[in-house]
Design a protein around this ligand. Sequence first.
Ligand SMILES: [Zn+2]
Length: 120
Amino acid sequence: MESLAHFCCQNPDCKDHGLRGGTNLTACGRYGQQKQYRLLYCRTCKARFSERKGTPLYRSHLPEATATSILKHIDDGCGVRQTGRLVGVHRDTVMRYSRLAGDHAQRAHDELVAFSPPDP
Ligand SMILES: [Zn+2]
């Protein structure tokens, strides 16, 4: 079974919110058409949430390979229409996933930069 060490509680009211590597999380079930995603449970606040919550693929209806392919094409410099043609999705879908990934990357950047040591 895959480790839960890189997951954290997604409930903003929980005292363990955002703390990775704790012992408060367990996998309490699976969901999805092929039961491919885990449902995580926080023992501290008793909340259940998807292992994808807080990621750009949360509530995604596309197959994971298609969604990551969209983002790889955009990352490689392909245009929106070109990516849509190559992956086989509508250009609006490409835009939606690009915005989700961009917002997520900005939040990750802000979180990581906040802990950088100050420049003397
Ligand atoms: Zn919690």
